[in-house]
Design a protein around this ligand. Structure first.
Ligand code: NI
Length: 186
């Protein structure tokens, strides 16, 4: 396993659509190595989600991992380590939007407020090639959409509707966080 470099906003790979993983690639050494490295890279960076394009690989692979009792997310239920290959999401309720302060390992030092649907179903293939389905609600739905956006070349900053709600992390901590807002950093 190895920690890979996380590429930052401005790198063209972050703006490309990732291609689906082929069936014959699913249990391959290359894909296993990629996923192992992504898990280690995410752990090292202290995030809760990472998509393959963020390590410069244009494949439809995303991982989520929100440990139990992580201080910053302590008031949310944990998401166990989930490796999603070729994920597809279906929004279950378009009308209910909720906003969170998002951050991104590829956009370091910034926070922005994004509203997204709060109920979705995720269909994906796991590392054994088995088709799986999970429902995500609330904050978890936001985390999931943020990661899937990376596979479409979309960054959370594209989804900010009020650019006054994009700011440096330091100013966010100083002026916004004391008001007790919910944040998400991956
Ligand atoms: Ni991100």
């Amino acid at each position: 396993m190895a920690i890979r470099e996380i590429i930052r906003m401005g790198h063209p790979v972050l703006r490309e659509k990732a291609r689906p993983v082929r069936e014959d690639e699913i249990k391959s050494g290359d894909l296993c190595r990629l996923v192992d490295d992504m898990i280690e890279t995410l752990d090292d960076a202290g995030g809760i989600g990472l998509a393959a394009p963020q390590v410069g690989v244009g494949l439809q692979v995303a991982i989520l991992n929100m440990p139990e009792g992580a201080n910053r997310y302590g008031h949310f239920e944990a998401i166990p380590l989930t490796v999603c290959i070729n994920p597809r999401m279906t929004t279950l309720d378009e009308t209910r939007l909720e906003g969170y302060w998002e951050g991104c390992l590829s956009v370091p030092g910034l926070r922005g407020f994004v509203k997204r649907p709060q109920s979705l179903r995720l269909d994906y293939t796991d590392m054994d090639g088995v088709a799986r389905q999970i429902e995500f609600n609330g904050f978890h739905a936001t985390v999931c959409q943020h990661e899937l956006d990376h596979l479409d070349g979309v960054l959370y900053v594209d989804r900010i509707t009020d650019s006054r709600l994009l700011m440096f992390e330091e100013e966010f901590m100083r002026f916004v966080q004391p008001q007790g807002v919910q944040e998400l950093s991956d």
